[in-house]
Ligand binder design. Sequence first.
Ligand code: SF4
Length: 322
Amino acid sequence: MMAGLFDPHLPTRVLFVGGGQDSVALLMLCQHDIGFRETFLGKSNFCALMTDTGIEYQETEEYVSWLKQWCPTVGIDFTFVTPDMGFHGATWQSLTDQMERNNNIMGVTFAKSCTDNLKIKVSYRFLAQWLRDHYGYRGNDPSVFYQYRHYFGKLVSWIGFAAGEESRVAHPGPKTPAEPDEYVLFQEGDTGPAYIPKWRKLCVEHRYPLLELGHDRAACQRIIAVYGYPIPYPSNCMFCPFQNEVEIVYLYRTHPDRWQQWVERKAAKLAKFAQSKVNHGVKGKLALPQYLKKALEKYGHWSVEQLREYRFSHGHCVVSKY
Ligand code: SF4
């Protein structure tokens, strides 16, 4: 059941869209595959959302623009949650906003607080409001999820991890400390938001339909193509520290201004923590220009088209978990 046919007597299934091939394949399955709908949707409302990190590649931005136009034409309730809508944290309007605000960076040896602050928290703030608007619940954010659970059980949300990405499934940790409003956890030694708040454990259930169906990335590409839609590039922030050598060369070659900005942000972070015993950068002890130098030695002869083709066929599998 899609947005225009919302029924307050039915539960809702939520899809977290990343703008890449996996979650878009789920969107297409939901729209076109009757067997999929019977198995995973049943008699439910459907809501899809994606949060704006502020620094996606142009290919992803263009695809999201297309999704925003296409979804309403087929009755899918899809929202691209941008900072002006009020669900982003005051100090996390975007990845670059946070970096400039605190002279910090994301690094491979640090906690993954970007995912928590730019995706997970923003999504649940938006969802809380969505539940208020559609079911008429009142109260603060956690309380509306408890109200939903009272009537429908846990809110089922789908995550588009493809077969082969099983290690990204988050397992609730034993700790549930009080949840601070914002995390500023870019320095070494951060434990990060590696726990799931109690209300989410009690009120939200994640399902991973692609894992359940055994669909890997190539299958996702086929699913999108078979229904006649354009296949998106895998999505990731331009300043994501988990980009590999090919992706770093692509960023350097196609967005030299962004590359320079990243190097400057990294330098500002190192200067801020100059007195710290351990002071890592984006790639741990290896400086970004050194990492680039090594990457260029291996892939500098590739054309932009070759680099782009690599990006298209290799998912950007970050270690962040949901
Ligand atoms: S793509 Fe990388 S930088 Fe962006 S939110 Fe995910 S882990 Fe963080």
